[in-house]
Design a protein around this ligand. Structure first.
Ligand SMILES: Cc1ncc(COP(=O)(O)O)c(C=O)c1O
Length: 334
C-alpha cells in the first residue's frame, strides 16, 4: 500500500468494476483455492467491501413487490438492502435441528412465486455453521426450479478450524448459471478498514451489480486494490497462524462457557460463537446481564432476526487471555 500510494496514476478515478489486475488476481486465487475458473473480464467485480456489494445488489434486480429470501438469524444488511430497493424480505429460519441450514422445502409457495433473489451465507454469521456441497447442490436446483438469483456471501470462507476448508458455492455444477459469490478482504487479511471485497460468478448478475456501482460509486481506491493483489498472493504461511490464533480463542471460550453451564455449538468456522441463553433469560436480558455483571459484551441473537431469539453471539476478537478471563467472569456472574 505504501508503495502504491506513491504512484500518481493510482490517485485517478478508479474504474467502477475494478482494476483488471486485481480481478485477475481474484481469478487466480479462486482457481488455487476452489479449483473454480472465472473470467476476470466479466465474471469478477471489485467491491468497496462485501457490505457494499450486498447493499447494492437488490437495486440491480429487485423491483417493488418482489420478494428476497433472507436467512434468519442473518447479517442484517440482506433485509435492509432489500427494503431500500422496495422489496419484501421473507425470512428463512436457520434452526439448530437443521444444522442452521434453511429448509428450502418449507418456504411459503406464494412468497416463492414473487421471489427474485435469495441470500445465503456460509460459513455463517452469527451461527458459525458451515454448509457442505450437498446443500449448495440443493440450493442450485431450487434456484433453477423457481427462477431465483442466489447470492452466496462467503465473507468467512478462510476463517475455518481443524483444517476443514469450507467449499465455495461455485464448486457445485450449475451454480454459475444461477448466482454469484461475495468475498471480503476484511476478515481473511485483516483489511477491515481498507474496504475491499469482490463478487464473482454469473456474468449477468456481476454485470448488473457493476452497472449500479457505475451510477453510485466510482470503485475502490486503486492503491487499495494493489495492496489487495499482494494479499491474495499470500499463502498459508500468513493465513495459518491467524487461523491458529482464532482456534485457540475458540477453544478457550467454548470450554470456558461449557464450564459456566452455557450450551453452545463448537464453531466450525468464522470468529463467532453462537450460544444458548440460560433458562430464565431472553436474548436481550442475558446480553444486558453479561454486560452489567461480568463486563462482557456479546450481541443478543434476536438482533439477527426472529429466529435468533434465545441465543447470544460472542466474537473471538480479543486476545486469548482476555477471552479466558471473560469466560471466568461469566461463570461468576451466573
Ligand atoms: C456475513 C457478513 N458479510 C459481509 C460482511 C461485511 O464485510 P466487509 O464489508 O467488511 O467486507 C460482514 C461483516 O461483519 C459479515 O458478517
Amino acid at each position: 500500500m505504501k508503495k502504491a500510494v506513491d504512484k500518481p496514476e493510482r490517485h485517478r478515478y478508479p474504474s467502477s468494476e475494478g482494476m483488471l489486475s486485481f480481478r485477475e488476481a481474484v481469478s487466480v486465487w479462486y482457481s488455487r483455492r476452489f479449483n473454480v475458473k472465472l473470467n476476470p473480464k466479466d465474471e469478477v467485480v471489485t467491491l468497496i467491501g462485501s457490505k457494499e456489494g450486498i447493499g447494492h445488489l437488490p437495486l440491480a434486480f429487485v423491483d417493488p413487490g418482489d420478494v428476497v429470501l433472507v436467512p434468519s438469524p442473518g447479517y442484517p444488511v440482506y433485509s435492509i438492502s432489500t427494503l431500500f430497493a422496495g422489496g419484501e424480505s421473507v425470512e428463512m429460519p436457520l434452526l439448530e435441528k437443521n444444522g442452521y441450514l434453511p429448509d428450502l422445502d418449507t418456504i411459503d409457495g406464494a412468497a416463492l412465486k414473487r421471489a427474485k433473489l435469495m441470500f445465503l451465507n456460509y460459513p455463517n454469521n452469527p451461527t458459525a455453521a458451515s454448509a457442505g456441497k450437498e446443500f449448495f447442490e440443493k440450493a442450485v436446483n431450487f434456484a433453477k426450479q423457481h427462477n431465483i438469483i442466489v447470492c452466496h456471501d462467503a465473507a468467512y470462507s478462510e476463517i475455518f478450524y481443524d483444517g476443514v476448508r469450507p467449499p465455495s458455492f461455485l464448486e457445485v455444477d450449475g451454480a454459475k448459471e444461477v448466482g454469484i459469490e461475495i468475498h471480503s478482504l476484511s476478515k481473511t487479511y485483516n483489511m477491515t478498514g481498507w474496504r475491499l471485497g469482490f463478487a464473482v460468478g454469473n456474468a449477468d448478475v456481476v454485470g448488473g451489480l457493476a452497472k449500479i456501482k457505475s451510477n453510485l460509486d466510482s470503485g475502490a481506491f486503486d492503491a487499495v486494490q494493489e495492496a489487495g493483489i499482494t494479499a491474495l498472493e499470500t499463502g498459508d504461511e500468513v493465513l495459518a497462524p491467524l487461523r491458529d490464533m482464532y482456534q485457540e480463542r475458540r477453544d478457550a471460550l467454548y470450554e470456558g462457557l461449557r464450564a459456566a453451564g452455557i450450551e453452545a455449538a463448537k464453531p466450525e468456522a468464522t470468529f463467532y460463537l453462537w450460544a444458548k441463553v440460560p433458562k430464565g433469560f431472553d436474548s436481550s436480558g442475558f446480553s444486558a446481564h453479561l454486560l452489567e455483571r461480568a463486563g462482557v459484551l456479546a450481541t443478543p441473537g434476536n438482533g439477527f432476526g426472529a429466529s435468533g431469539e434465545g441465543y447470544i453471539r460472542f466474537a473471538l476478537t480479543v486476545p486469548v487471555e482476555r477471552t479466558r478471563e471473560a469466560a471466568e467472569r461469566i461463570k461468576k456472574a451466573l
